[in-house]
Design a protein around this ligand. Structure first.
Ligand SMILES: Nc1nc2c(ncn2[C@@H]2O[C@H](COP(=O)(O)OP(=O)(O)OP(=O)(O)O)[C@@H](O)[C@H]2O)c(=O)[nH]1
Length: 448
């Protein structure tokens, strides 16, 4: 996967920072020197790196460390926010409502993956309920029309072609009528590429643009070509004007510098990432997710932010007090469950946990139904029962099971689990006290 090296290097820098309680200006300067080297080694544009480091350093040194985060985490948050900003801050979608049919023109050099990407985007839009039409305007490479027809067939998307003896401008123009007739609401024009940018190709693209007036022009560039991809994008944008970029081959072991530099250099966002040779290997480009992935942190900061929003500090203190006095009740248990639920679906929360990758998550399902069941059981109890579960005898259990639409076994299971949780909480509390007295070392300390 792209960025692997960069990710390892950055994570090492932050590991060192995490070992320190307080950070000095020198710590930050040293860390920034290493981040700078890591970015340069990943082939990020020199000027982009310089501006990036300046911005991050200024924020780190001038920043007041958030109470809820450790200083190291705060630095990581700043780096993540700046990386996200560098890649365009938010997801840039196709502006599909700009016209009907929406006309998308694909441009790029030969071998960048343009034809494949045109089809991939067609497939992606088809899944969203659109009816795309692929248009074969590469009349120079004999196999290009056939290639488009093959991928169109695979995806069940019609391909409009007029052979090789008609000018690409005329083919593109004719495709609009064909789309209207065929009920296609999206036209994707696959144009001809060259090995290098040359005047003839650029003129042809300009002609298609001025005749057809596409709603968007997407440039396809190969991430493996590093800074060349960035220069190509700059050139295309200056000469033709583009609306966005598709960065292909991000599945390879590219150093990733192109993806990190191209928005800053051209001002145009990456809209899609190509992540494999198969036709479904395309995904919308999310700067924030990419930044988190580069930092190998899942999406832990969103998790922290969500937790900060969901939990009321005063309530948390009261809860801690209750736990320490062994007064944690089923009502508190229910309240806690509802607080956690405010943060979002549990499966989504799991995805944000660092170290858990998507593959591991597949097949791991949090049973939301089980949680609803627990809620129903607690809600069927009286306030006295919630506060003091020991009074729940068998006739009460029967009533609770009836009221919650569950079984007596379910009620018993919950009561057992609750008692275990209460014991565990007490144990954690004792460890915490010992830690504060400096008696014990907590095994998780020093980790994220
Ligand atoms: N690994 C990987 N390969 C890709 C990706 N996108 C395209 N390719 C491959 O790159 C090669 C070139 O793709 P094409 O679509 O033929 O390239 P093109 O830019 O249309 O080339 P011309 O039609 O000659 O202009 C093909 O072998 C594709 O399978 C990607 O995201 N990842």
């Amino acid at each position: 996967m792209a960025f692997e090296n960069l990710a390892n290097k950055l994570q090492n820098v932050f590991k060192k920072l995490r070992g320190k309680g307080k950070l000095t200006e020198k710590d930050i300067k040293d860390a920034m020197r290493e981040v700078r080297l890591a970015l340069l080694e990943a082939d990020v544009n020199f000027k982009v790196v310089k501006d990036f480091i300046d911005r991050v350093s200024e924020k780190c040194i001038g920043a007041e460390v958030l109470e809820s985060l450790t200083p190291a985490q705060h630095v990581i948050k700043i780096v993540r926010d700046e990386l996200t900003e560098l890649m365009g801050s938010t997801q840039s979608k196709l502006n599909l409502s700009a016209g009907s049919p929406f006309i998308l023109m694909m441009v790029g050099l030969q071998g960048s993956g343009k034809t494949t990407t045109a089809a991939k985007i067609g497939g992606y839009l088809k899944k969203q309920g659109k009816h795309p039409l692929l248009v074969a305007c590469d009349i120079y490479r004999p196999a290009a029309i056939k290639q488009l027809q093959v991928v169109g067939d695979k995806l069940g998307i019609p391909v409009f072609s007029m052979g090789q003896n008609i000018s690409p401008v005329d083919i593109a123009k004719a495709s609009i009528g064909a789309a209207k007739k065929g009920g296609n609401d999206v036209i994707i024009i696959d144009t001809a590429g060259r090995l290098h940018i040359d005047e003839e190709m650029m003129q042809e693209l300009k002609d298609i643009k001025s005749e057809v007036r596409p709603h968007e022009i997407l440039l396809v560039v190969d991430a493996m070509t590093g800074q060349d991809a960035v220069n190509i994008a700059k050139n295309f944008n200056e000469q033709l004007g583009i609306d966005g970029i598709v960065m292909t081959k991000l599945d390879g072991d590219t150093r990733g510098g192109a993806a990190l530099s191209v928005k800053a250099v051209t001002g145009k966002p990456i809209k899609f990432a190509g992540i494999g040779e198969k036709l479904e290997d395309i995904e919308p480009f999310y700067p924030d997710r990419m930044a988190s992935r580069i930092l190998g942190m899942g999406d832990v900061l969103t998790l922290i932010e969500k937790a900060e929003q969901a939990f009321d500090e005063k309530k948390a203190m009261e809860l801690q007090e209750k736990i320490s006095k062994h007064q944690f009740t089923l009502q508190d248990f229910l309240d806690q469950m509802q607080e956690v639920k405010k943060m979002g679906p549990l499966n989504q929360l799991l995805e944000m946990i660092p170290g858990l990758n998507q593959k591991q998550l597949k097949g791991f399902n949090v049973d939301e139904k089980e949680i609803t069941k627990i809620e129903a059981i607690i809600k069927s109890m009286t306030p006295e029962e919630r506060a003091n579960p020991s009074i729940i005898n068998s006739s009460r259990k029967k009533r609770i099971a009836m009221g919650s639409g569950t079984s007596i076994q379910d009620v018993n299971k919950l009561l057992r689990e609750f008692e275990q949780t209460r014991k565990m909480m007490k144990q954690f509390q004792d460890i915490d006290k010992d830690l504060k007295k400096g008696k014990k070392k907590f095994p998780l300390f020093g980790r994220f």
